[in-house]
Ligand binder design. Sequence first.
Ligand code: NAP
Length: 275
Amino acid sequence: MNSPRFPLAAVIGSPISHSRSPVMHRYWLSQQQVAGDYTKLDVRADDLRDVLKTLPKMGFVGVNITIPHKQAALELADQVTDRAARIGAANTLVFKDGLIFADNTDGYGFIQNLKTGAPDWNSSLPAVVLGAGGAARAVIVSLLDEGVPTLRLMNRSKAKAEALAQEFGTRVEVRDWDDRSQTLNGAGLLVNTTSLGMVGQPELAIDLNTLPSEAIVTDLVYTPLMTDLLARAQARGNVIVDGLGMLLHQGVPGFEMWFGATPTVDTATRKAVLG
Ligand code: NAP
C-alpha cells in the first residue's frame, strides 16, 4: 500500500470526547506545515479489530490508543516494540504494508518531561512511585531503564504493587500504602501515578516532611495542572514537574512515524493544548 498523499491519524478510546490529542497533533501539523489530519474515534471493544483493519484503507497511517483498549491493541498487533511488550500495553500504532506495528511511548514521554522540567534529577537515588495502575507500568519500566537503584512502590491495593514487583524484579520494593509519608527519606524522585488529586477525586494525602529538599516531585495528573501535591512540594522548595508535558512528549514518536516530521514541544504547544 502506498503512503496516502493526505495522511490521517486518530486517537481511539471510549469515552474519547475529552481527549486533547487532536488539538495537539493539529497544532503540530500546522507548526510543521504537514498536510494531514488527526481526529478522535469512539470505538467499542468488540469493534476494535475490525476498525484497525479498515482504517488503513481509508488513508489512516496510524493511531494512538487510550483507555480501555491499550492491552487489546497490543494483542492485535503484528509486531511489538520491546518497551511496549514490557509495559504490556500499546498507545501508538503504525499501519504499514498491511501490518500493525505497536509501540508504547508513555514511559518515553514521562522521562522526556522529567528531564526537560528537572535537568538536575539524580537517577542514582531511590525513586518513590505511588500507584500501580496502567500508567504506573510505563513509569516503572522507564525509571528502571534510567538506572534507578531502587523503586519504592506503594498502592492502595497492595497485591497489585506486589504483582508488579514480581514482574519487574528486585529493584522494585513494595511498601504499605499507609506508610507513604514515612517512605520518602533519601529519595531523589516522588511520582504520583494515582488518579488522586485529579478534578473530582480526593486529594493525595501525604506528608512531605521527610522528603529531601533536592528531590524532584512530579504528578501524572494534569487536570488541574498545579495539583495540591505539586503546590505543597513547590512551597517547601522541591523542583516540580507537572503532568501535561508527559502527554505532549508521548505524542512525538507517533507524529514522527506517521507524518515524517519532528514536532517541537514548546510553550506554544502547551498553550494550544490547554486551550
Ligand atoms: P488506573 O489504571 O485506573 O490506576 C489508577 C491508580 O490510582 C491505581 O493505582 C489506584 O489504586 C489509584 N487510586 C484510585 N483511587 C484511589 C484512592 N481513592 N486512593 C488511593 N489510590 C487510588 O489509571 P491510570 O491509567 O494508571 O491513570 C492514573 C492517572 O494518571 C490518571 O489521573 C490519568 O489521567 C493520569 N495519566 C496521565 C498521563 C499523562 O500523560 N500525564 C498519562 C497516563 C495517565 P488501586 O489499584 O488500589 O485501585
